[in-house]
Design a protein around this ligand. Structure first.
Ligand SMILES: [Zn+2]
Length: 385
C-alpha cells in the first residue's frame, strides 16, 4: 500500500492478494481488477471517513518552531518549488486550498498510509493465521516532498521528523496487535537524491541541469549532416540513455555501429557528460569497475537505449530548476538505509556494503523458504539470530 500506484504494486509481486494506492481524482484508496472486482467493505468505509480532507484542512505548519530546524536552509530560498497557487515557498502551506490527492506531496501522505495499514492489520487479520503474512508499506511522500522542495528544505526535515513519529506510532501498534517479537520488519529506500544544482553551484560545487530534449535535437542535427538525411536518427534521449530510431536507420540502410560512432563524436565536447557508453560494447568501455557493474545491472536488453550517458557528479536531467530528482549512480543517490527489527533479528550495526536485492534473500532465509525465482541477492547473515 502507498499513495503512489507503482510503489504499491511492485513490492507486492504477482501473487499479492491486494495492492492499494491513492486515486488521484479524489484522494481515496483504490485497487485494480487484477486483485479483486470490488473493494473490501473495510476499504470502502475507510474511504468514507474523509481522512485526506481531515489532514489537508489542518494546513501544513512545521511540527516545531521554525528556528529549531538547523539541518536545513532558511525557509525562504530560491531552490524550492511551490504548491499550486502559492506565491512563496514558506510555511504555512495552505493545504486546505489544494486538491485532496496533493496529500501525497505533504507529510500527511505518510500518516494516511499508516492509518490505512493499521486498518488492514485488523480487518485482514494479519499475523493471526498459521501462514506468514507480508505487508509492504511504501512511504512515497518523502519522494514527492523531495522533488518539490529539494534536500535542504525545512519541508523535508519536517517530513522526516513527522515520519519518525508515524513509524514509532506504527511500531507501538504492531507490538499491541501482533505482539512484540512476533513480527519482522525491514525498512529501506529505493533511492536517495541529489542536491538542487543551483544550490551546489552557489556553494562552489560543480553541478548543473541537463536538458535531454536539447541534446536530442543537437545530436539529430549532427547526424543529419553526417549521414546527409533529414530523418531523425535518435528517437529519444532521457533516463540516462540515447535510443536510436531503428526504423530510420533501417530505411536508410545505415550501419548502426557507424551511427553510434558519430554520436560519440558529437558528445565529445559535452563536458557535463562524464562517460558515454555503447552498451553493446560495455565490457570494453573505459569505465571504472564499480560503474560498469551498475551500468550492466541497470540495463534492460528489451527496453534500454543503445547508449548510456553518465553525467558528472552533481548534474541531473532537469524538469524544473527548483527542487530536485534522482536516477544517477552517485552515492547521494544510491546510498540508502537498511534497518532490520523484530523476530529473528540480531541487534547490531554494520558498515559493510550490501544491496536492496539482499533483502528478499534474507527474508526467505528467515522463513526457511526458497528465494523468489528472480532473486540475485544474498542473505545478509549478520542480521540473523
Ligand atoms: Zn522520485
Amino acid at each position: 500500500m502507498s499513495v503512489k500506484d507503482r510503489a504499491s504494486i511492485l513490492p507486492g509481486g504477482h501473487t499479492a492478494n491486494a495492492a492499494y494506492w491513492m486515486d488521484d481524482s479524489n484522494g481515496v484508496f483504490m485497487t485494480s481488477t487484477y486483485y479483486m472486482n470490488e473493494l473490501p467493505v473495510w476499504v470502502t468505509s475507510f474511504n468514507q471517513k474523509n481522512h485526506a480532507q481531515r489532514y489537508m484542512s489542518q494546513n501544513w505548519n512545521p511540527l516545531f518552531p521554525v528556528e529549531t530546524y538547523i539541518q536545513s536552509s532558511a525557509d525562504n530560498n530560491a531552490y524550492e518549488g511551490k504548491f499550486a497557487g502559492e506565491t512563496a515557498t514558506t510555511f504555512p502551506h495552505q493545504t486546505d486550498k489544494l486538491r485532496l490527492s496533493d496529500i501525497k506531496k505533504t507529510p500527511f501522505g505518510n500518516s494516511i498510509v499508516f492509518n490505512f495499514a493499521k486498518e488492514a492489520i485488523i480487518e485482514e487479520k494479519l499475523g493471526q493465521g498459521s501462514v506468514t503474512d507480508f505487508l509492504a508499506i511504501s512511504c512515497s511522500s518523502p519522494d514527492y516532498v523531495g522533488h518539490m522542495f529539494g534536500l535542504n528544505a525545512i519541508e523535508i526535515e519536517d517530513t522526516y521528523l513527522r515520519l519518525d513519529r508515524d513509524i514509532a506510532d506504527f511500531l507501538t501498534y504492531l507490538d499491541e496487535k501482533v505482539g512484540e517479537g512476533n513480527y519482522t520488519l525491514f525498512l529501506t529506500a529505493d533511492h536517495g537524491a541529489a542536491h538542487n544544482p543551483q544550490f551546489m553551484m552557489d556553494n562552489k560545487i560543480p553541478a548543473g541541469f541537463f536538458y535531454a530534449s536539447k541534446l536530442k535535437d543537437e545530436v539529430n542535427t549532427f547526424l543529419a549532416k553526417a549521414f546527409k538525411s533529414d530523418k531523425l536518427l535518435v528517437r529519444q534521449v532521457g533516463e540516462n540513455f540515447i535510443w536510436l530510431n531503428h526504423g530510420a536507420t533501417d530505411s536508410l540502410k545505415l550501419d548502426e555501429t557507424l551511427v553510434k560512432k558519430e554520436i560519440l563524436k558529437c558528445l565529445k565536447s559535452h563536458t557535463e557528460i562524464q562517460y558515454v557508453v555503447d552498451m553493446e560494447n560495455v565490457q570494453n568501455a573505459l569505465l571504472p569497475k564499480a560503474l560498469k557493474e551498475m551500468a550492466i545491472n541497470g540495463y534492460n536488453t528489451k527496453r534500454s537505449g543503445e547508449i548510456l550517458l553518465l553525467l558528472q557528479p552533481g548534474w541531473f536531467e532537469a524538469y524544473a530548476t527548483t527542487g530536485t530528482t534522482h536516477g544517477t549512480w552517485n552515492p547521494y543517490d544510491t546510498h540508502i538505509p537498511m534497518l532490520w527489527y523484530g523476530w529473528g533479528i540480531k541487534s547490531g550495526a554494520t558498515e559493510r556494503k550490501m544491496h536492496m536485492t539482499d533483502i528478499s534473500a534474507t527474508i526467505a532465509t528467515l522463513l526457511h523458504i526458497q528465494m523468489p525465482n528472480g532473486c540475485i541477492g544474498e542473505c545478509i547473515g549478520e542480521v540473523l539470530k
